[in-house]
Design a protein around this ligand. Structure first.
Ligand code: KG4
Length: 336
């Protein structure tokens, strides 16, 4: 089954063709980062307009790269939630029109389910059940992936997402947008114990996360140093920050894995590219005996291949959109 997949939930327009869930025939991504860098963050209206401009040529390129014609497609899958609503609606409406014109089913895909599915592309042997640490610019959650389409949140952030914190701190340091990658690179060679930063615990919810205190503490540290005219040791500051994020995420993911006992742990989302988190998860899984699944770096960020992969499993489970499908800014992953 060949699925054309569309992703437009934030600042990347993406189109891909995926066969039978696991074989990526093409994957095209048009990033808007350059445009949003001017403003230090995503400007929602600009994001929507850039998706409108990019989506048709990108889809044509995805088809050409796959060596297919429109008639060769069996279904269209699209990210319908969560995300910037104007951006999501561009993809949803385009996918609806494409499915209508081709006379094929339209499959709605939850964006974070797509991030999880990136692991199926990297690891052909991976099958549910497993525990997945989902960390991106908009989400931080530990998910029980019971089957390809039956998922439950075991713990989630009460405030900011991990990626959002990387981005805010990087913006104040003036090292680029989105900030996670530059912070990660800056941290190489830094001393992660040099600056003391908090690790939050949510009372009575040991698997829940909270990053707003860490973000505020990091921003205060930067501002206090500036006020006193002190120079921060930037690599050590970035390393200390990255370590604090990893210390908040990795032990909770491992505790969830212990409770579930599947013996398999995966990570998903843009922040899954973080070298500290990857190294700490690798060490933790070596200790616990769990098998660790890391998505390849190019599949950590937003792409449509992951949507085509998850779309296949949603289709097999009978999840096909009705003609009145809408887009949603927020939606629980367990609802599909
Ligand atoms: O998954 P993604 O591309 O978009 C969402 O679905 O949100 O994630 C983007 C996030 C941004 O916050 C970015 O700063 C972060 O992923 N990110 C990283 C790294 N690379 C990207 N965070 C930490 N370390 C990285 N190496």
């Amino acid at each position: 089954m060949r699925i054309l997949a569309i992703e437009s939930s934030c600042d990347e327009t993406a189109a891909a063709v995926v066969e039978d869930g696991r074989t990526v025939l093409s994957s095209c991504v048009a990033s808007q980062i350059e445009m949003h860098t001017l403003y230090g963050g995503v400007v929602p209206e600009i994001a929507s307009r850039k998706h409108v401009e990019a989506i048709v040529p990108l889809t044509e390129r995805a088809l050409a790269d796959a060596g297919l014609r429109r008639e060769d497609l069996d279904a269209v899958a699209v990210t319908y939630a969560p995300g910037l609503i104007g951006a999501v609606l561009v993809g949803v409406n385009f996918a609806k029109a494409a499915a209508c014109a081709l006379g094929v089913p339209l499959i709605p895909v939850h964006h974070v389910r797509g991030h999880i599915a990136a692991n199926y592309i990297t690891h052909p042997d991976l099958e549910p059940p497993f525990v997945c640490l989902c960390v991106s610019g908009g989400t931080s959650a530990i998910v029980d992936v019971k089957s390809y389409t039956d998922m439950e949140i075991l713990g989630a952030t009460r405030d900011d997402a991990a990626g959002e914190c990387f981005d805010k701190v990087a913006r104040v340091l003036g090292i680029g947008y989105p900030g996670g990658g530059p912070m990660d690179r800056l941290a190489q060679g830094g001393d992660p114990t040099r600056y003391e930063l908090p690790r939050a615990h949510v009372a009575d919810a040991p698997l829940d996360l909270s990053f707003s205190g860490l973000k505020t503490a990091a921003l205060n540290l930067i501002h206090n140093a500036a006020q006193k005219g002190e120079e921060l040791d930037l690599p050590s500051f970035a390393a200390s920050f990255g370590q604090a994020v990893s210390d908040s995420l990795v032990p909770r993911a491992m505790e969830a894995a212990r409770e579930k006992g599947y013996g398999r742990v995966a990570v998903a989302g843009g922040v899954a590219a973080n070298s500290r988190i990857r190294a700490d998860l690798t060490a933790a899984c070596a200790r616990s005996g769990d098998r660790l699944y890391l998505p390849e770096l190019k599949l950590c960020g937003d792409n449509a291949a992951m949507i085509g992969c998850q779309g296949y499993y949603e289709y097999l489970a009978g999840h096909v959109a009705r003609p009145d499908l809408n887009g949603y800014a927020t939606r629980d992953i367990s609802l599909g």
